[in-house]
Design a protein around this ligand. Structure first.
Ligand code: ADP
Ligand code: MG
Length: 341
C-alpha cells in the first residue's frame, strides 16, 4: 500500500467538519479520482496528504511510514494545482529544472532530466519560452513536468485542468492518463467533474460534506451506487420519491416492483436515462407519456417525457433511433433497470 489515510478529521479554526473521519488506502501505481461537489473536502484531504496542511486527528502513512510532522519536500510528493502557477520570470527549462537544482543535482544531469521531461509532456522545443508565451494547456503540461522531474513517488493533481476550455481539457484528460501509465506513479486527481473522474481514474473516491460516500471503480460507482447521493452525483439520473403499495412504487402510470421494503414506507427511485427504452405505444401499454422536449446531443437525443400525474422523466435514445421521436409524440416506456434507496 502506498498511501493509507486513517480516521482523518480536520476542523479549521472556527469551523467544524471539513473532514469528518476519512479512511481509505491506495495501492502502488493506482490513479485515484477524488470526486465531490465544491466544499466537500477534496482539497483539504489532498493538502493533508501532501503535508501542506495538518489534520486535527488521524494518521497518514506513505509507503508504510507515518508522515506526521514530515515536510512536503521530504514526503516525495509532486503537485499540480489549478492555481499553482509557474514561476513567471523563469523559462520553461528553468521551471522544470527548479526542483532538481534545489536537490543540487549536477548540471549535466539536470539537462538530461529536463529533456526527458520535455519529451514526456511533448513540449520539446519550447524550453526557452516564458510562461506568458504558453497556452493554458501547455502551461499545465510544464507544471506537470516540473512536478515529475524530481521523481516523486506520489503525484497529486488538484483540478489541474478546470481553468481550461472543454475541448482542450478533454485532450489533456486522455493525455494525463497516458503519462500516468508511462511513468507508473501513484496519483490522485481531484475533480468536481464526474465525467473526468470516471474517464481518468482506476478508482473513484466520492466525497460529500467531509466524508466518503463510496470508493470504487468507475463502473461500480456508476452501476451500483451505495446511496442516493452517489446515484445522483455520478452520472445522469431521474430521481423520484414514492410510497410502497402492494410491493410496488408508482411514478405516474409506471409501476416498479420493490423488494424488501415494508408497505407504506417512503422510497427513493433512481432511473438512468440510458435505462429507459422508448417504443410506439400498443393498446395494452399503460406506461405511456408525451414527449415535451427533445435535445440533440450528438450521440443521442435527450427526451423529456411527461407522464400522467405531471412527472417528468428523461430518456436518452440513440441518434439513429428509428423512427425519429418528436415533440408531441406519445411513447411507451420500458424501464430496463432502476435502483431503490
Ligand atoms: P473542495 O476542495 O472539495 O471544494 P475544500 O477542501 O476546499 O473543499 O473545503 C472543505 C471545507 O473546508 C469547506 O467548507 C471550506 O470552506 C473549508 N475550508 C477549506 N480551507 C479552509 C481554511 N483555510 N480555513 C477555513 N475553512 C476552510
Ligand atoms: Mg478544492
Amino acid at each position: 500500500m502506498t498511501i493509507e489515510v486513517k480516521d482523518v478529521v480536520k476542523n479549521f479554526t472556527g469551523t467544524h467538519g471539513a473532514l469528518r473521519g476519512v479512511s481509505f488506502s491506495i495501492e502502488n501505481g493506482e490513479m485515484i479520482g477524488f470526486l465531490g461537489p465544491s466544499g466537500s473536502g477534496k482539497t483539504t484531504l489532498l493538502r493533508i496528504i501532501a503535508g501542506l496542511e495538518r489534520q486535527t486527528s488521524g494518521e497518514v502513512r506513505i509507503r508504510g511510514e507515518s508522515v506526521d510532522g514530515v515536510s512536503p519536500q521530504l514526503r516525495g510528493v509532486g503537485f499540480v494545482f489549478q492555481n499553482y502557477s509557474l514561476f513567471k520570470h523563469m523559462t520553461v527549462f528553468d521551471n522544470i529544472a527548479f526542483g532538481l537544482r534545489v536537490q543540487k543535482l549536477p548540471s549535466d544531469q539536470v539537462h538530461k532530466r529536463v529533456r526527458e521531461m520535455l519529451s514526456l509532456v511533448r513540449l520539446g522545443g519550447l524550453e526557452r519560452r516564458y510562461p506568458r508565451e504558453l497556452s493554458g494547456g501547455q502551461a499545465q503540461r510544464v507544471a506537470l513536468a516540473r512536478a515529475l522531474a524530481p521523481n516523486p513517488s506520489v503525484l497529486l493533481l488538484d483540478e489541474p485542468f478546470s481553468a481550461i476550455d472543454s475541448q482542450v481539457r478533454r485532450e489533456l484528460r486522455k493525455w494525463i492518463r497516458q503519462v500516468h501509465d508511462e511513468v507508473g506513479i501513484t496519483s490522485i486527481f481531484v475533480t468536481h467533474d464526474q465525467e473526468e473522474a470516471l474517464e481518468v481514474a482506476d478508482r473513484v473516491l466520492v466525497m460529500n460534506q467531509g466524508h466518503i460516500e463510496q470508493f470504487g471503480t468507475p463502473k461500480e460507482v456508476y452501476e451500483t451506487p451505495s446511496n442516493l447521493f452517489v446515484a445522483g452525483f455520478v452520472g445522469e439520473a431521474n430521481r423520484f420519491t414514492g410510497t410502497v403499495q402492494h410491493g410496488t412504487v408508482s411514478i405516474g402510470p409506471v409501476q416498479l416492483p420493490v423488494e424488501g421494503r415494508p408497505e407504506a414506507s417512503e422510497v427513493h427511485v433512481v432511473i438512468r436515462p440510458t435505462d429507459i427504452e422508448i417504443r410506439s405505444p400498443q393498446t395494452e401499454d399503460n406506461a405511456i407519456g408525451t414527449v415535451v422536449r427533445s435535445l440533440f446531443k450528438g450521440t443521442h437525443y435527450d427526451l423529456e417525457i411527461r407522464l400522467a400525474g405531471n412527472h417528468a422523466i428523461h430518456a436518452y435514445v440513440p441518434s439513429n433511433h428509428d423512427p425519429v421521436v418528436q415533440v408531441g409524440d406519445l411513447v411507451a416506456l420500458e424501464i430496463r433497470n432502476y435502483r431503490i434507496f
